[in-house]
Design a protein around this ligand. Structure first.
Ligand SMILES: Cc1cc2nc3c(=O)[nH]c(=O)nc-3n(C[C@H](O)[C@H](O)[C@H](O)COP(=O)(O)OP(=O)(O)OC[C@H]3O[C@@H](n4cnc5c(N)ncnc54)[C@H](O)[C@@H]3O)c2cc1C
Length: 611
């Protein structure tokens, strides 16, 4: 199934009700952008996602990416093909200009807030996750070059990358260097040429869209070690290694010595080539290796990567939301169509649509409520990244700190809950969910990777507890929680949301108790052992708080008196969805707090060889 209804109204509500779009657009950097413009662009993007991208999704899964050995290509270089429908859709994407929406106008970008780029990503990913990964990696590479590239690099590469004519990749992983990026061994040796180039040699694995037939050139950003590099992350530098080295006039020049060796056969995202890339192996082009240029200073490779890491991690969390949304839409349609049993209150002997069974309703409400909550969390997080560009130093500092705090939660809640919700979609389809033809199984397979790449969810938990919570002894967390005092009070004042308010206060209490316990505890084992449940606990509590904000915004719209019947039904549904989160999902925080504070003793009570 490929039908996709872009959730434009939900996105708009999140922008206005939770992210305070007008104040964001009032920042100097966005003064050329108006709210109407934002929603007009998103309308177009939604149409494109539904009509051009979503129809390629099944091809991606069934045909997938294919490796062609060098012995079978005209030029002798191994290649990767994607489905024909991908190539046609990608050409239209380049024409559309949508790739450039959030980037610097100097290089052809639209200069829109990152928040808008997130909504574009959401819709493209819902349409086809494997296809949209090409853009995602290109956007990350653009981000890194915008911040750290030389003027010459920017002028040569950015305009073509912004249109999408050239793509970008991120080359961190090697067989011995996964989560442990400090173990990277790829070498970079100065060539001694006047152009300051380096010869890069080594093997990178799992490089997303590392080779493909969608773009004219591929710009690889590669982490490698120079001859004098110290061991560990402090000895890593970043290099730009283009597949074709551009001539001075920008046209494509020599083929560089980087070649795809193999592509992975994997659980999902079959249309996204996951490549083993070999640098400097062929040696019939350049003697010493692939030719690359340093991005930023020597030994700043990890810091450079971290610049774009926040955006990249948020984008991966968003993949969970996007696929959960698509899976929800399809399972909802099935719940209306599929007749089974007689629901409570229905005429005896007449089969009811399964949507009338309370357990199916529970599944649908869980999907819907979490999807709303994740959208609020991730868009709020994106808006904070944008607000960190404020000219008011206090707002900029707070927004940057808050955005950084939220990133590990956006990433891991998005990925984990995305997995859970796509699994629920399979359950709603019953046996038909387990067979491939409904497409529900593809969503489950595709989304699984989100918890693994861009820093596993385990690593996100460590980042949250050790760096973000521990870094300032809980001050940012507690300040953010306290900022919801008015939200709790306003929810408590209305009978329909009183219980929600009480639960939110209890969940905040759970988060504070667990956070204080982790901070006060000197045992690293206890901190690391509790990191994953703490991430889910704090993330869930904050999702609840943002649902509270959303419920109040929806109520204000209704109270405004000029909502049509259709609008009124929409806002009512947002209040119910938020209340369901408050009353039926938020209570999980007390169990999570208990798990955090149980400590790590039992994790190590059984010796490793007894497992
Ligand atoms: C489809 C796909 C696409 C990818 N795309 C790219 C790409 O474009 N570029 C790129 O560079 N890489 C890419 N990767 C690699 C990806 O980022 C790594 O798989 C990921 O970083 C995890 O590394 P690993 O697989 O070696 O797992 P490991 O690091 O071996 O981890 C295995 C398990 O141990 C846990 N673990 C490891 N270390 C610790 C620790 N210190 N503390 C606690 N737990 C720990 C992990 O959380 C995990 O559960 C991709 C991978 C896949 C599968």
């Amino acid at each position: 199934m490929t039908e996709y209804a872009p959730p434009l109204r939900d996105i708009r509500f999140a922008f206005e009700g939770v992210c305070d779009l007008p104040s964001l657009l009032a920042l100097d950097d966005f003064s050329h952008v108006e709210a109407d413009m934002v929603f007009a662009v998103l309308d177009e993007v939604g149409r494109f996602a539904a009509e051009v991208i979503a129809p390629t999704n099944v091809d991606g899964d069934r045909i997938g990416a294919q490796l062609i050995a060098g012995s079978d290509t005209d030029d002798g270089w191994a290649a990767v093909t994607t489905p024909e429908s991908f190539r046609a859709a990608y050409a239209k994407l380049v024409e559309s200009g949508f790739n450039a929406i959030p980037f610097e106008p100097d290089f052809g970008g639209g200069g829109f807030p990152w928040l808008v780029a997130l909504a574009v990503q959401e819709m493209f990913t819902s349409g086809n996750m494997a296809f949209s990964l090409c853009n995602l990696l290109t956007q990350g590479s653009i981000d890194a070059l915008q911040h750290h590239g030389s003027d010459e690099m920017k002028a040569t590469y950015l305009p073509k990358m912004l249109t999408g004519e050239w793509s970008g990749t991120m080359n961190l992983s090697e067989p011995q260097a996964g989560s442990d990026v400090g173990a990277v061994a790829t070498k970079a040796v100065p060539t001694g040429r006047d152009d300051g180039s380096y010869a890069i040699s080594g093997t990178k694995i799992w490089i997303t869209h590392g080779e493909q037939d969608l773009t004219d050139n591929i710009v690889h950003l590669v982490l490698a070690r120079t001859p004098d590099a110290k061991p560990g992350t402090r000895g890593i530098s970043m290099f730009l290694v283009p597949k074709f080295i551009p001539n001075d006039d920008g046209s494509l020049g020599d083929r560089n010595d980087v070649e795809v060796v193999s592509i992975e056969h994997k659980l999902g995202i079959h249309g996204s080539p996951t490549c083993v890339l070999s640098f400097g192996e062929k040696q019939n082009v350049h003697e010493a290796g692939a030719i690359g240029w340093l991005v930023g200073d020597e030994f700043t490779g990890m810091a450079n990567m971290f610049t774009m890491m926040n955006n990249a991690r948020l984008s991966v969390g968003l993949q969970g939301l996007s696929i959960a949304e698509m899976a929800y839409q399809h399972s909802l349609a099935y719940a209306h169509e599929r007749l089974q049993g007689t629901a409570p209150g229905a005429e005896r002997g007449v089969q009811s649509p399964i949507i009338d069974h309370p357990d199916v309703r529970r599944m649908l409400m869980t999907q819907r409520s979490w999807i709303d909550a994740m959208r609020y969390l991730m868009y709020f997080n994106g808006a904070m990244l944008d607000r960190s560009r404020s000219t008011d130093p206090e707002i900029a500092e707070w927004s940057e700190r808050l955005a950084a705090l939220l990133i590990p939660m956006s990433k891991s809640i998005g990925a984990d809950v995305g997995n859970e919700l796509t699994s629920i979609a399979v359950q709603i389809f019953g046996g038909m969910g387990y067979v491939e033809e409904t497409g529900a199984a593809q969503y489950l397979r595709d989304v699984r990777i989100a918890a693994i790449y861009e820093g596993t969810n385990g690593i996100q938990g460590q980042d949250l507890v050790m760096r973000k919570l521990g870094g300032d002894q809980g001050s940012t967390v507690n300040q953010f929680i306290a900022s919801f005092d008015d939200t709790v009070a306003a929810l408590a004042a209305a009978p329909a949301t009183k219980r929600f308010a009480e639960q939110l206060a209890e969940s905040f209490d759970d988060a504070r108790r667990a956070g204080d316990w982790l901070i006060a505890n000197d045992s690293t084992l206890d901190k690391l052992g509790g990191a994953t449940p703490y991430t889910r606990l704090l993330g869930t509590a904050l999702c609840g708080a943002l649902c509270g904000k959303a419920a109040l915004a929806a109520q204000a719209k209704i109270d405004g008196g000029d909502a049509s019947d259709d609008d009124q039904a929409f806002y009512d549904s947002k209040i119910v969805s938020a209340r369901f989160f408050g009353e039926q999902i938020l209570p999980s925080t007390s169990g999570l707090a208990a798990a955090v504070m149980a400590g790590a003793d039992d994790l190590f009570a059984i010796p490793a060889d007894q497992f």
